[in-house]
Design a protein around this ligand. Structure first.
Ligand SMILES: Cc1ncc(COP(=O)(O)O)c(C=O)c1O
Length: 401
């Protein structure tokens, strides 16, 4: 049987069974639902996109997968070339992996080994943010700061190697003053912290982080697994402030196939590039550079560019702001909007219990968590469909208790 994610199997409600998916719609046997979650924020072009389907089918006729150990192939080469030219600055060196969590592990390992290779073995610490979420593998959990997901780590006691700070410049400066000579990196979800509660913060924090990382020679890592490909209203936060290592996943393949990439700049890459074999990056997920995933990613990026997805995202934000303007309720703590993300934070998680079923009946799929009712829609959504998603959220609060 299936062991479902983030669920107490004894008490969980039966999941909705999807029999088809097309555009922004999920189909069960008896309902047509707008997917307001984009399958965990990844399906930016909607489901069953004819051109992505075709790109995968064409590659499938050649081969589905070969390993990158001692072999290479055109889809992986082309994708790395595309990312090299498309990403800002000298973020040119692409290490592929099969999921966002693994790509975060690779980034954290890269940052540690970068200093080990430079004989700075005392730099074992990672600076991270409060409410951070970087995935569910062990080091990613440690860099994360969300007990709701990672309470099991408490069994080990408090980590000496990770320090969490709030998104406040004072705290940032204080942390650098105190730990700078022991830090190898500062990892952040830039501008928008997703699974930690759709928390949004200002670019000035990241600009100051860049300055401090330069001043103290600490690597800046942007985990853009969730924020990348336009979700914050910027193509990448890395377009605004340049990190040393950038992690992408989720929408990389248009949400088609699990794949991710850890992209290093020249400085990081050169920290590994020499004659000593033990200075190599000893990592190699079996499915890294999967040919179907790379073909989907190439087509996804092509669509993103050719069809001016940034203007679609700006339109989603404008409609969302218009529809949510003046909306409030005594049970709501805050309504937050950034790019293609809207979040209603309530005071009490009980307030949004039952919302999923309520939305289902109205033709919307939603998956609120804790105190957060949110939407991160596919970018191809029509105005009427987006309004329906937002109206459904608002309608819930017009219910009497
Ligand atoms: C910011 C961030 N990093 C990493 C991950 C982990 O990605 P994956 O679920 O593909 O392992 C997620 C997943 O939600 C994420 O939001």
């Amino acid at each position: 049987m299936i062991w479902y994610p983030y669920e107490q199997m004894k008490t969980m409600r039966a999941p909705y069974k999807i029999v088809n998916a097309e555009g922004v719609y999920l189909y069960t046997e008896d309902q047509k639902l707008i997917d307001s979650v984009s399958s965990w924020w990844s399906v930016i072009h909607g489901y069953k996109h004819p051109e992505i389907n075709q790109a995968i089918e064409m590659q499938l006729k050649k081969f589905a997968h070969v390993m990158l150990g001692g072999l290479t192939h055109e889809p992986a080469e082309k994708l790395s070339q595309k990312l090299q030219s498309w990403l800002p600055g000298d973020l040119d060196y692409c290490f592929f992996s099969d999921s966002g969590s693994v790509a975060v592990e690779v980034a954290l390992k890269m940052a540690l080994q970068y200093y080990v290779n430079h004989k700075e073995t005392h730099r074992t610490m990672v600076l991270a943010l409060e409410h951070a979420y970087h995935g569910d593998t062990f080091k990613a959990m440690e860099a994360g700061d969300d007990e709701d997901y990672h309470f099991v780590l408490k069994a080990y006691g408090k980590s000496k190697d990770v320090v969490h700070i709030p998104t406040e410049i004072d705290a940032l400066e204080h942390a650098f003053a105190k730990y700078h000579d022991r830090l190898n990196c500062f990892i952040v979800e830039p501008l928008l912290q997703g699974a930690g509660g759709m928390k949004m913060y200002d670019i000035s924090f990241l600009k100051r982080a860049r300055e401090l990382c330069d001043q103290y020679d600490v690597l800046l890592v942007f985990d853009e697994v969730a924020t990348g490909f336009g979700r914050t209203g910027n193509r990448f936060a890395a377009d605004l402030v340049l990190p040393d290592i950038l992690v992408l996943g989720k929408a990389l393949t248009g949400g088609y196939i699990g794949h991710a990439v850890t992209v290093a700049n020249r400085k990081v890459y050169e920290g590994f590039y020499d004659d000593a074999p033990f200075h190599a990056l000893m990592h190699g997920p079996t499915f890294m550079g999967n040919a179907l995933a790379c073909s989907a990613a190439l087509k996804s990026i092509e669509l993103f560019e050719e069809q001016d997805y940034m203007s679609k995202i700006h339109r989603i934000e404008a409609i969302t702001r218009r529809e949510m303007e003046g909306f409030s309720d005594r049970r709501i703590k805050e309504v937050r909007i950034m790019g293609g993300c809207v979040c209603i934070e309530v005071y009490d998680s009980d307030t949004i219990k039952g919302y999923q079923q309520f939305a289902y009946k109205r033709g919307v799929f939603s998956r609120p968590f804790l105190k957060y009712l949110y939407a991160m829609v596919p970018y191809v959504i029509e105005e009427g469909e987006l309004i329906k998603v937002l109206q459904t959220m608002k309608e819930w609060f017009s219910k009497k208790y």
